[in-house]
Design a binder for this molecule. Structure first.
Ligand code: NAD
Length: 357
């Protein structure tokens, strides 16, 4: 069976993707291809050494290194980075890292329209989307805009070998979440569905080998390939309950991004399984279970991912407020949403129970 739909609208961004072990060494070539001469290289403080290595490698094409990227893209950090852009006369951005670093690059591009090259080192997938989430005064807001979409992505499997095992499994489930919710998106199209299915297959196939040998470049490469496809789905179609709950738990309770996705995914997919059984049947097949939520729960347990919100630091007393916040504003979801239904789902996720479906 193909993924044909009788009617659809599909949007694809013009992005240049280079893929392969060692492809990061082509960074100077990519800066010049953009017509740029002075790249500001971004990273988190933890990955500053990697950013400095990039700067040394491109020599005069580096305007400097700004190593203050942090989770949830605080506007105060973006403002500091913009001062650095102006002071160095940077004419392009190179983001080396996970979603936090890519987020800072996007925030700069949104305000300056500078072109971006992203060298991802996690599976979050932000590099493949025109979406920017940023925080100001404790409030996280999200926008979608073409200026935010990075122009060039260099996927280098060698860079992901240093991702710790815990972050590897959580980040992989974060990516799988984009694909799983993409399967039932109202605005899905045959291409987004094909990308979602292939992205999930890549993770199901390669992740066990990555966990056996984190330095296995073929397996790391296949998981990065999965991250690209799943991230592209996120960039193309709308998300529902799962992403909304994770946004709430991250933004209002400061839970860690990738780990929260890991815990919530089986529950959100199990919650929606009865409403869209045909769209989600492929999830049971790929992750080898009797229902989509159970299959994801058991897959997450097998690979050692966190499965309970209580292990991430959420308090049981927070569940009522989390359920209210996640259902405060109306949004489309395949299964009807009620505060009680979401409260029950959060209770299962808090205790790490296996979903019913
Ligand atoms: P992250 O970028 O915050 O990285 C987590 C930590 O791991 C950091 O300390 C980082 O330096 C370190 N790290 C990253 N790669 C490493 C590697 N290969 N080796 C060793 N250490 C490494 O985590 P993330 O999960 O990639 O990104 C989360 C952020 O991205 C959140 O703010 C989230 O909202 C955002 N995000 C945005 C989108 C979008 O489309 N806008 C999509 C996904 C995620």
């Amino acid at each position: 069976m193909s993924y044909f739909q009788r009617e659809f609208v599909a949007n694809s961004a013009a992005v240049r993707v280079s893929f392969g072990p060692g492809v990061r060494h082509r960074i100077a070539e990519e800066i010049e291809r953009l017509g740029a001469q002075r790249a500001l290289i971004l990273s988190t403080p933890q990955q500053e050494a990697a950013a400095q290595t990039f700067a040394a490698e491109v020599g005069a094409l580096a305007a400097g290194v700004f190593a203050k990227a942090t989770m949830h893209t605080p506007v105060s950090v973006t403002e500091e980075a913009l001062t650095e852009v102006a002071a160095t006369g940077a004419d392009c951005i190179v983001s080396v890292g996970g979603g936090s670093t890519t987020g800072l690059g996007k925030a700069i591009a949104y305000r300056t329209d500078l072109p971006q090259i992203v060298v991802p080192t996690t599976y979050a997938g932000s590099e493949a989307t025109p979406i920017l989430g940023q925080t100001k005064d404790g409030l996280k807001t999200t926008l979608k805009s073409p200026e935010v979409q990075p122009e060039v992505i260099l996927y280098d499997s060698e860079l992901v070998t240093t991702l710790p095992v815990g972050m590897t499994v959580s980040s992989a489930l974060n990516a799988i979440a984009h694909a799983a919710e993409g399967l039932y998106a109202q605005d899905r199209n045959p291409l987004s569905t094909a990308l979602a299915v292939e992205g999930m297959r890549a993770f199901a196939n390669a992740l066990p080998a990555v966990l056996t040998d984190p330095g296995n470049l073929d397996a790391r490469g296949e998981t990065l390939y999965g991250a690209w496809l799943c991230g592209t789905v996120l960039g193309q179609v709308g998300m529902s309950l799962h992403h909304k709950i994770c946004h709430t738990l991250g933004g209002s309770f400061d839970l860690p991004h990738a780990e929260t996705h890991s815990v919530m995914l089986p529950h959100a997919i199990g919650f929606n399984a009865a409403a869209v059984p045909d769209q989600l049947a492929i999830v049971s097949e790929i992750f080898d279970g009797s229902s989509p939520g159970k299959a994801l729960h058991d897959f997450a347990s097998r690979i050692g991912a966190p499965t309970a919100l209580k292990a991430l630091g959420l308090q049981e007393a927070d569940l009522d407020r989390a359920a209210s916040l996640a259902t405060k504003n109306a949004y489309w979801n395949p299964a009807p949403l009620s505060r009680e239904g979401v409260r029950a789902l959060l209770d299962d996720a808090y205790h790490g129970r296996q979903p019913e479906l």
